[in-house]
Each structure stands twice: as C-alpha cells, then as structure tokens.
Write a protein that binds this ligand. Structure first.
Ligand SMILES: Cc1cc2nc3c(=O)[nH]c(=O)nc-3n(C[C@H](O)[C@H](O)[C@H](O)COP(=O)(O)OP(=O)(O)OC[C@H]3O[C@@H](n4cnc5c(N)ncnc54)[C@H](O)[C@@H]3O)c2cc1C
Length: 392
C-alpha cells in the first residue's frame, strides 16, 4: 500500500515512529483485513508483528523491558494503524490496561507480569468492566468477589469483554463490598488480574457475541471462579479509582485511533473524487462533493489539536480529564463524519467490500459509543467543567 500522502498530522512529531508503524502496516493491506472481517478471524499475524516490534509494549517502563514511551508516542502508534486502513482495536487494550498494573500494581506484581508482557510471552488484552444490567453506570455492576482465605471467589456476568478468547489475562472489576453497605457508590469495587489460562470451563464460560464489526467481543460468566488474593491490584475497594486513573490514557489513545480513521477516510474520499469521472468531469469538481470532504478535513484537524493538547497535559502529569474526554468525543465525531462523507463520495462503490470503505465505516462508529458514549462525555463536561447540575 502506498504511504499516506495527505497531511493530517497537526503536530509534526515523531516522524520516525510514524514511519516504523507504517512500514509494519504495509505488510497488512486492505485484503488482509477484508478476509478477517469476512471470516470473523483474529489477526494473529498482525498482533504478533505489533508485539515483536515492541509497539504493544510502548507504555511498559523500560526497567521491565518495555518502551517507556509517552502517551503521545503511544497514540501515534495506534493512529498509524488505523490510518493505514487497519484496526488497532484488535490489540489496543494491551496498551491502556497496562496502566492499572504499572501505576497501582505492587513491585512483585510488576516484576511477575510486566516482563513477559513486554516480551510477548503473555497477552493482556481483555478488560471486564461492562455488565448487562449496569451499562454506563459502572457503580451498579453486580459481579461479586468474596474473600475466602487467600483467594477471592468471583461470581457474576460481564458483557462486551473484547478479546477474552485471545488473551491470557483479564483485568476485572468486581464488587467486594455490596452497594448498600458503602458510603459512596464508587467505593467497594476492586480490580483483579484474572489468569484465564487456569480457569476451567465450569467456573468461567466465554461466549462470543456476533456484532457488526470483527471485534472478537464476548460475554463472560463467572461461577465461583477462584482468584488468588495476590492478583488483586492495589487496595481492596479502590478499584473504581484505579480504573478512572487509566481513563484519560484510554481516551487519548482512542482519540488517536479515530484521527487515524478520519485521515484514511478523507484521503480515500479525495482520491476517489479526483479519479471518478461522471458527466465528463471528476466528481470532486462539484462543490456538493468537495465541500463535505473539506469540512470533514477541517473538523478532523481541529479534533487532532485537542488530542495533542490532552497528550501534552497527560505527559506533563497535569490534570487532563476535560481535554482527554473532549479529544475522544471530537475525534470520534470527526471520524464518523469523515466515514459518512467517504462512503457518500464513493456512491454505490462505497458498499463494495473490496474498497474497505464499508468496513472502516462500521468500525469507526464504535468510538462514539465505546469505551464511553459521547453523551457521558457531555455529562462529564457539563457537570465537572461547567458546574451544571449532575444529570444522572
Ligand atoms: C464492540 C464493543 C466492544 C466493547 N468492548 C468492551 C470491553 O472490552 N470491555 C468492557 O468493559 N466494555 C466494552 N464495551 C462496552 C462499552 O464500553 C459500552 O457499550 C459503553 O460504555 C456504553 O454502555 P452500554 O452499551 O451499556 O450503553 P447504555 O449505558 O445502556 O446507554 C445506551 C445509550 O443511552 C445513552 N445514555 C445512558 N445514560 C445516559 C445519560 N445519563 N445521559 C445521556 N445519555 C445516556 C448512552 O449514551 C447510549 O447512547 C464494548 C462495547 C462494544 C459495542
């Protein structure tokens, strides 16, 4: 695949890193992703290449064998995957889940888990938070973890636990103190590293969920699964705070993926609008075709500025909740608009699998909903930034 020509990047930073990721992605062209999409297959070769190149260990500190990268650099890695026409969603969790272990794990836990993760001998790709009866209200999750000697016994159900069948470990949020017994709804939740390799079929059942994209997402049922207490991350009851801590990183990384998607859509739209001749002229000569593409490009660049501002604050260890949330929302919206414009520009050919547009269109939609829906971002801004009454 030819390297992207269209300038989207608003930072001018990390050109070598970008080049390195692009070179890797060149080995995984649209036909690769089309085949997997049709077969609902997991991109083992791509994830292996990302692991072996060290890209997936970017956020692991160097002392544990990782890249010790900034969030800005990590975001460029995921952006370039999506910019190439691929889908970083197949492995991005390894990057943002890692933060919980790096920031809140004990020295023993880090020593035990981080080096094999950095080397690619272990996969940490599954994050079990969402439940069918709680939805966006995470404090209402019902999965319980009850202490029994040196172990916790886990019972309950998760939904949308992506890549659980392609991961050795799962980061799991469960209630250790019932909601009625805590003073604050956010208290009494704890975070565990669950070793999926040791779990038997009876205590742990994973059922794939068919979705409109190839996302390898599942429902997970726990029936008395025993997890060693030493696998609890941080203090009991503080899991929600640890998850919140990781959310800014997650938002910035997802924003970058959407920026990558948007760049791909705009570039494809421009190429097609220049080539496709109807009524004896390129369709891109019509303002009705070129203005929406130009608008999508402008929106994308504006969203990218917010992504860089959020990354700068994060890497400077400054508060960035508002910026990280805005970056995720603006980038997801900009990518979705670019997706729509790209498909529209392609006319009927936008529906043909071989152009990749319909696949990327389906994939880009996800980030307006997950990992947090844009409405919840607006609620956050309204309440915490603007001082409006809490709406939920
Ligand atoms: C493909 C896919 C992969 C996923 N992977 C994972 C994963 O790996 N791990 C994981 O834990 N979760 C995962 N999720 C779950 C995802 O994070 C949730 O779908 C998302 O947070 C929204 O929750 P919900 O689907 O329960 O929607 P709900 O909370 O039921 O909301 C439904 C709609 O109502 C709106 N809404 C709800 N409350 C309010 C309110 N107070 N104000 C305004 N609007 C509101 C929302 O914006 C949304 O549009 C995944 C989801 C999908 C689809």
């Amino acid at each position: 695949m030819a390297p992207p020509q269209l300038e989207i990047d608003t930072s001018g930073k990390f050109p070598e890193l970008r080049r390195g990721v692009r070179q890797l992605c060149d080995h995984f062209p649209g036909t690769y992703w089309q085949r997997l999409d049709a077969e609902r297959g997991y991109p083992v070769e791509f994830v292996t290449a990302m692991t072996e190149s060290g890209f997936l260990a970017a956020l692991i500190p160097e002392e544990y064998g990782g890249g010790g990268a900034s969030i800005a650099e990590a975001s460029v890695i995921l952006e370039e995957v999506n910019r190439s026409g691929g889908n970083a969603g197949v492995c991005h969790a390894q990057m943002y889940i890692m933060g919980a272990l790096v920031r809140h794990g004990s020295a023993e836990q880090k020593e035990r888990w981080l080096p094999p993760l950095a080397e690619g001998r272990l996969r940490l790709q599954a994050f079990g938070v969402t439940e069918p009866n709680a939805g966006s209200d995470t404090t209402r999750i019902q999965t319980r973890a009850e202490r029994d000697g040196d172990e916790y016994v886990i019972s309950g159900q998760k939904i949308w636990t992506s890549r659980a069948q392609h991961s050795d470990l799962m980061l799991l949020l469960a209630r250790t103190t019932p909601l009625e017994k805590v003073k604050k709804r956010t208290a009494g939740l704890s975070l565990f590293l669950v070793d999926l390799r040791n779990a038997s079929g009876q205590e742990l059942t994973i059922r794939p969920l068919e979705t409109m994209i190839n996302h390898h997402t599942t429902e997970v049922f726990f029936e008395g699964l025993r997890v060693p207490a030493e696998n609890r991350i941080g203090e009991e009851g503080k899991g929600f705070r640890y998850i919140l801590d990781g959310m800014n990183a997650e938002r910035i990384l997802i924003a970058a993926e959407s920026i990558g998607d948007g760049g791909w859509f705009v570039e494809r739209a421009v190429d097609y609008a220049n080539q496709r001749i109807v009524f004896d002229r390129p369709i891109g000569q019509n303002q009705g075709v070129q203005f929406p593409i130009a608008q999508a490009y402008a929106n994308l660049r504006a969203a990218d500025l917010m992504r860089w501002q959020a990354a700068r604050l994060f890497d400077g260890k400054r508060p960035c909740g508002a910026e990280a949330n805005m970056a995720k929302m603006l980038a997801a919206d900009a990518a979705w608009e670019a997706a729509n414009v790209c498909l529209q520009t392609h006319g009927g050919f936008g529906f043909a699998r071989e152009h990749d547009v319909e696949r990327k269109f389906r994939e880009a939609k996800l980030y307006q909903i997950a990992p947090v829906s844009n409405n919840l971002v607006l609620s956050y801004l309204a309440q915490h930034v603007l001082g409006l009454p809490r709406s939920y």
